[in-house]
Design a protein around this ligand. Structure first.
Ligand code: ZN
Length: 251
């Protein structure tokens, strides 16, 4: 018998305890500052060298790369170690699930990763740390080492489409999972919002952990408002314990 699959959809709220503010959400820092939003909007970035210079300076100062995973990230990694099949679908680009010890292949990054760069011309990828070292060394807008093309963060910028393969994987997980936990997401942005509906339509038990109400609270089997750093470890311990119980003990 196949073990039940636990899907965790994580949004900005799971990384708040790691000191990373909400950048891209509807109320996020970028959306509230038109000048900052330009730095992460594909059209402006590609069309204006000055925007790129400022964007690299912003990346240098970004706290995302030096952040550490918190108790919630560690709890998800712990769930995997306990043998429960788990997949994470994340709206975050901080890579903290993997840093906490979760296998990279278990993480679907809807918006890409801030820890890598990609060439907009030839698609070559490299590490953000290496690119930032070049900025530190004086290159204001470091080009692709392979073809000289424009390098960007390997995140999905505003005005860019989500990777259809990534989206397909996320949909497959939403359809297949038996439990779907939406954690720290406003669930007001696609595709995250749609994935919740898909999971519920396919019979998953839906648990929402978020400080603020979401449009899916009515649909949820359980809504948890307590802080994610304590709520998620508790919920996942309970799930793991239920897994270890013999079937005969179940209601
Ligand atoms: Zn290139």
């Amino acid at each position: 018998m196949t073990k039940p699959l636990v899907a965790v959809l994580s949004g900005a709220g799971i990384s708040t305890d790691s000191g990373i503010p909400d950048y891209r959400g509807p109320q996020g820092l970028w959306r509230r500052d038109p000048e900052a939003e330009k730095l992460v909007t594909y059209e402006y970035y590609m069309g204006d060298p000055e925007i790129r210079r400022r964007s690299w300076q912003m990346r240098r100062k970004n706290r995302t790369l030096s952040a550490e995973p918190n108790a919630a990230h560690r709890a998800v990694a712990e769930l995997e170690r306990s043998g429960v099949p788990v997949r994470v679908i994340t709206q975050n680009v901080d890579g903290l699930h993997q840093l906490a010890g979760l296998s990279a292949r278990k993480v679907i990054e809807l918006h890409g990763t801030a820890r890598a760069v990609v060439c907009t011309k030839c698609g070559t990828r490299g590490s953000m740390a290496d690119a930032l070292a070049r900025v530190e060394a004086g290159e204001e807008d470091p080009p692709c080492p392979e073809c000289g093309g424009i390098l960007k963060s390997a995140t999905v910028m505003f005005g860019e489409r989500l990777d259809s393969r990534v989206l397909g994987e996320a949909l497959a997980v939403a359809k297949a999972c038996t439990v779907f936990l939406a954690v720290g997401s406003s669930l007001r942005v696609q595709p995250a919002a749609g994935l919740v509906g898909v999971a519920a339509d396919h019979g998953a038990r839906l648990v929402i952990v978020n400080a603020e109400p979401t449009p899916y609270d009515e649909l949820a089997d359980e809504v948890v408002r307590e802080p994610i750093g304590t709520a998620l470890p508790r919920l996942l311990r309970e799930l793991a314990a239920a897994e270890r119980r013999p079937r005969s003990e179940e209601g």
